[in-house]
Design a protein around this ligand. Sequence first.
Ligand SMILES: Cc1cc2nc3c(=O)[nH]c(=O)nc-3n(C[C@H](O)[C@H](O)[C@H](O)COP(=O)(O)OP(=O)(O)OC[C@H]3O[C@@H](n4cnc5c(N)ncnc54)[C@H](O)[C@@H]3O)c2cc1C
Length: 533
Amino acid sequence: MGKHYDVVVIGGGSAGSVVAGRLAAETDADVLLIEAGGWDRNPLIHIPAGFFKLAQRGALDFKYSSVPQQQLDGRPRPTPAARVIGGGSSINAMTWVRGQAGDYAKWHEAAGGIGEWSYEDLLPRFAALETNNIFSGAGHGVDGPVQVSWPPRINQLNLAAVKAFQELGLPFNADYNGRDQSGVSITQNSMGNARRSSAATAFLHPARHRTNLTVLTHALAQRLLVTGKRVTGVEVARFGRRQRISAGTVVLSAGAYNSPRLLMLSGIGPEAELAKHGIPLEVRSEDVGRHLQDHPKVAITAHARGDLGYASHTRGMTMLVDGLIYLLTRDGPAATNGIESVSYYNPLDPVGTPTVGTYHVPVSAAMGAKGVTATPGLTFENIVLQPRSRGRVTLRDTDPRSAPLIDPNLLSEPEDLTTLIAGLRYARRAMRMPALAAVLEPELSPGLAVDGDDQLAEFSRRAVSGMAHPVGTCRMGADDDAVVDPSLRVRGVEGLRVIDASIMPNIPSANTNAAVMVIASKGVDLIRAEQRR
Ligand SMILES: Cc1cc2nc3c(=O)[nH]c(=O)nc-3n(C[C@H](O)[C@H](O)[C@H](O)COP(=O)(O)OP(=O)(O)OC[C@H]3O[C@@H](n4cnc5c(N)ncnc54)[C@H](O)[C@@H]3O)c2cc1C
């Protein structure tokens, strides 16, 4: 066995950066962080508009794709997964959303009412993360490590969209991260001073100089070392060399695709799945890889009447000029992530809890694996906030370098499709309200002729993809089948915790980064409490 560390964190993403950074800064523990990608040096990470280019190139991504989605149209779907320090928080769209109190009530219920997982319990943690540049007072923080701000500018298409949803009857909500999510709002973003505020910039970089923190980049954890019923270390490959590292505690923060994969490669998982690949069973845990959830997303689009929005800013001289303006003034189109407004609503009940979210993207097509179609226009990306469909992550083979088999099983529950179609109808009505009708051509995709339930269902099955919010594959719960207990300890084995998106029992009605960072901050306190004992 090689060198010994008190704590080894696998994965330096949204959760792992918080865990490693805080443990190094707040304790004397010798901490090792193992990250498959490199440091977050690419300047596109830090410039807000760089997000579009990063997503188009996929340079900092594992480039996974789902298994063919037979319940849809048989095609696989892109399943982005970050591979860089900061993880998703380094490449995501930066929208900062907490979700609904009811989401966390379900976490509290899953935890059997123990371990402080309710919204009231977690609210101080959400607040403590933030330096909020918009709000203060109860529920918001003013001196936390993550900068949270409104976009520095709002383009004409998003302003019109905000107005159009109000014309439709949805009230303006200044703060969707307050008690009530419902309404049309300006987005809150994990940005400050026109720069991305990631888990890495907030937690890891400030701890980098510490002698008790070692960060191994370009290092792929291959499997956990299990001795009896205790995890004693990790096997890592780096630049073609394999080494074994001994650990007092291992924290698995490799994300909702790779945390369950690493557990299975280490003999912790469903018996039949391990047997299929000839992996000796160390701990039987049937829910490893199960309960995969993501927000299904379907876009509708229309061309703009004129060069509105940011399409012409995604290429050529305009983009270069934007870059210069940004360098000189920290302002201009490059200083925004482009997603400057959002609506949360219940399309079937105007005063009900929101079941659909619509992101207002001021270009004519949704983000996809091949990037955006840069035609001036507006895209409404509509998502089901509390999907019921459940998918699964399994092993392709036993090669630690292989991609997992990812089956998001999107829209497999009929209720998700019903909610989505109701949302599409609501969003397309907003597009026809006076404020948007004045600046948009008639709907381009799917087009108003596609209107019946069957037609919209067929369109949705073709157009749907996940939001890149995978969760649930190492679910937390008080029941014996849960992968981790309410203290995030893996059941059936000592010395191992999972702390990342995979532990969520149910997906929050929100983009998932803020919730992951809250889980990580709680995870640090759980580890510290154990160290003190
Ligand atoms: C393209 C995209 C856009 C998104 N947009 C938003 C948004 O606007 N707002 C929002 O709130 N959320 C958004 N999300 C979701 C959010 O960023 C994620 O939920 C969150 O980052 C997940 O955190 P995590 O720590 O669980 O995993 P990750 O942040 O993915 O971290 C996992 C880390 O583990 C590393 N790793 C994996 N396997 C190994 C291994 N074997 N050895 C070593 N290292 C390994 C990976 O390289 C990665 O760095 C987006 C995500 C993506 C991908």
